[in-house]
Design a protein around this ligand. Structure first.
Ligand code: HEM
Length: 189
């Protein structure tokens, strides 16, 4: 299997970004929703809850770094062409959906970082304290808290549309769009 993309298929690096980030994002949405609901009434509860926050923040920053490298890799690689059977409007909506996913993957960790900064809470990357992006400001913290929740919801909705589109290609159109991101090598390889 090729490291780089070709005009007809994704290479190993693009596939590793795709599936690795899928697992990370899934974990982040589940962890975020879980930890947010936890009580913080006793020191033990606070230790558990904010310990999870630290993991959530660290993996979130990792996603921010990964998405920058992923976009860079995408820019220096050919993007496999869509099948000729797709209309112009289908091509445009596929492209728009991919761009939306990139925007959310980039904006969501930044919203989290801004929310924590405005709330005056530390952001550590696996123990290494990162600078605050802004001075403490409760009203702004609330705005970015809201933005973080809305972006997570948008990510989930966009994810389901993305999966539905992949399944449509595979089962209805019967083209190779889904297969070319698959981790299983083609029978011919
Ligand atoms: C792509 C990366 C990320 C995803 C998918 C994500 C997702 C989520 C979700 C779904 C929640 C629960 C929202 C709610 O119900 O209120 C949440 C909460 C939270 N996130 Fe993230 N997050 C990401 C990155 C980050 C980063 C980078 C930070 C900080 C540096 C962060 C800080 C927080 C905090 C502090 C909460 C709890 C807010 C509260 O107290 O309710 N997140 N996140």
């Amino acid at each position: 299997m090729a490291i780089k993309n070709t005009d007809t298929s994704y290479g190993n690096i693009a596939k590793a970004f795709h599936w690795g980030m899928f697992l990370l994002l899934l974990g982040m949405v589940l962890l975020g929703s879980y930890m947010h609901e936890l009580p913080a009434d006793t020191p033990a509860q606070m230790g558990y809850k904010f310990g999870l926050y630290d993991y959530h923040k660290s993996f979130g920053i990792l996603i921010l770094v990964l998405v920058i490298f992923r976009l860079g890799w995408r820019m220096i690689n050919p993007v496999p062409k869509m099948p000729d059977t797709m209309s112009k409007i289908e091509n445009l909506s596929a492209h728009a959906m991919h761009m939306l996913l990139y925007v959310i993957m980039f904006a969501q960790p930044l919203f989290g970082w801004l929310m924590s900064s405005y709330a005056g809470r530390p952001v550590k990357f696996f123990g290494l304290e990162l600078p605050a992006l802004a001075d403490k400001d409760k009203a702004m913290g609330d705005i970015f808290h809201e933005a973080h929740e809305i972006a997570a919801l948008l990510l989930v909705v966009a994810f389901f549309i993305h999966v539905a589109a992949a399944l449509f290609h595979h089962y209805v159109r019967k083209d190779d769009v889904m297969e070319r991101m698959s981790l299983r090598p083609k029978k011919s390889e």
